[in-house]
Design a protein around this ligand. Structure first.
Ligand code: HEM
Length: 455
């Protein structure tokens, strides 16, 4: 089925999508989305290509096929809004690229895009390699058990900040940013699936902790901007582009927009890459033979010198391990949109104002799209096999005008880190490790504690 065939020629469909089974009074399907969202979303396609869910008082439309999720992502009838974004607004603000729509969003994409273009990435190579080797050194000196949540998020924050905002001040801030984001992303998921608005204002310890983390992150971002201004420097980086950006009238953009933009880039950058590094390291403990093959590939491509950014495109097996990790453990595992017009999807009527959700996790694990769908098989990304993957069945960075600007940046970073650490170490889980999925706004192992054994 092509995207065109599911886009309406006329919006005359009158059928309502079926309601998914399993709703309970008050919380609707929210309780299932809190208790076991991955299993719940993964079976929704058995109920229909589009199904209705009740989240508290709201009705939400879940889209379950690759073709229809592609149609939603590419259609101008659906914008960034809805439960996920409402829950994220207190963090991301309304004026950053991740939450803006329409002309503001287009202008902001134009401002940030040059920093992420394919030809801009090699300049970040030395920083990415330095940070990857810093992990190897840290882990050698650490002895004992490594807290991989901390290690992964720290590396992700440092790479994003050093490449895009070139600041030594980030070294002092990285720990606080990581701690704040962990609290915020867990709390926001709950606010999305059980939208009980005023209850989250009750001064319970969890709500107080959430508010403290939120306030601290905003202070940190103001410090980052103030530090750069005070330095008087204007390096050729994303922060300079944001500080120098002009609005549609040619006037400098406001302080709030600058603030929201920094948050809207640093936050998804840290959270998604940090989560994916954790999933990658978990995979290496569960399939040690993958690490051995990566080590062999690094030896044959790079020899005895250090891995450099220029090697990345020849590390194809390593890249396929990264891709397969993104398939089975997509950090962005749930997405939402809102219909801005009465429209039609898969033969069903979608009313203006409707909230839609879909899950890259469910789509990318669907047995209808992948043979041995639950198996970790990097070779399924060999060119002769990957051509059989249905369109939009593998979109961990999404498609369309909201596609992650950082897809090339992230793939380069993740491939480099994986090559460097798997070449240096074998990984084993320590007894207090808990690799079960932690469901927040992003997906990652809950608590990963590893021993790194030098090869
Ligand atoms: C948007 C995934 C890394 C910045 C997105 C979206 C996805 C995604 C799926 C689209 C959201 C939607 O359609 O609603 C990922 C994954 C990453 C990653 C899987 C790594 C494994 C990064 C990094 C940065 C970044 C490193 C920045 C340093 C952004 C921004 C947006 C975005 C600013 C909003 C784009 C817009 O709305 O126009 N990302 N991302 N991402 N990502 Fe990423």
């Amino acid at each position: 089925m092509t995207v065109e065939s599911v886009r309406p020629e006329d919006a005359t469909a009158t059928a309502e999508p079926p309601v998914a089974g399993g709703a309970v009074p008050l919380l609707g399907h929210g309780w299932r989305l809190v208790r076991d969202p991955l299993a719940f979303l993964s079976q929704l396609r058995d109920h229909g290509d589009v199904v209705r869910l009740k989240l508290g008082p709201k009705t939400v439309y879940a889209v379950t096929t690759p073709a229809l999720t592609g149609a939603v992502a590419l259609s101008p009838d659906y914008i960034i809004a809805g439960p996920l974004w409402e829950s994220l607004e207190s963090l991301l603000g309304k004026e950053g690229v991740a939450t803006a729509n329409g002309t503001l969003h287009r202008r902001q994409r134009r401002t940030i895009q040059p920093a992420f273009r394919l030809d801009a990435i090699p300049a970040y190579g030395p920083i990415m390699a330095e940070e990857a080797y810093e992990l190897v050194e840290r882990w050698r000196d650490a002895g004992g058990v490594l807290d991989i949540t901390y290690e992964s998020f720290r590396a992700a924050v440092r790479v994003a900040a050093r490449c895009l905002m070139r600041g030594g001040y980030m070294d002092a801030h990285a720990d606080r940013i990581c701690a704040d984001l962990t609290t915020l992303f867990a709390g926001m998921y709950q606010r999305m699936v059980v939208p009980l608005g005023p209850l989250y204002k009750v001064p319970l310890p969890a709500n107080r902790e959430f508010n403290r983390a939120l306030a601290d992150l905003h202070v940190l971002v103001d410090e980052i901007v103030a530090d750069r201004r005070a330095s008087g420097q204007k390096p050729d980086d994303l922060l300079t582009a944001l500080l120098e950006a002009k609005d549609d009238n040619g006037d400098p953009i406001g302080e709030q927009e600058i603030h929201d933009q920094v948050i809207a880039i640093l936050t998804p950058g840290a959270e998604t890459v940090g989560s994916t590094v954790m999933s990658l390291l978990l995979v290496l403990t569960e399939h040690p033979e993958l690490g051995d093959k990566i080590r062999d590939e690094v030896k044959s491509v790079v020899g005895d010198r250090r891995v450099a950014f220029d090697d990345v495109r020849r590390l194809t097996y390593t890249a396929n391990v990264v891709t397969e990790t993104l398939r089975l453990y997509p950090a962005v595992w749930i997405l939402t949109r809102r219909a801005v017009a009465d429209t039609e999807l898969g033969g069903y009527r979608i009313p203006k104002g409707a909230d839609l959700i879909y899950s890259p996790y469910a789509i990318q694990r669907d047995r209808r799209s992948y043979e041995r769908n639950e198996d970790f098989d990097p070779d399924r990304w060999l060119p002769e096999r990957s051509k059989d993957v249905p369109k939009y069945a593998m979109s961990p960075f999404s498609v369309g005008n909201r596609k992650c600007p950082s897809d090339h940046f992230s793939m380069a970073e993740l491939t480099l880190i994986t090559a460097v650490v798997a070449h240096a170490y074998r990984f084993e889980q320590a007894p207090d490790s808990d690799p079960r999925p932690r469901i927040g706004i992003t997906l990652r192992p809950r608590r990963l504690m590893l021993r790194a054994r030098p090869r």
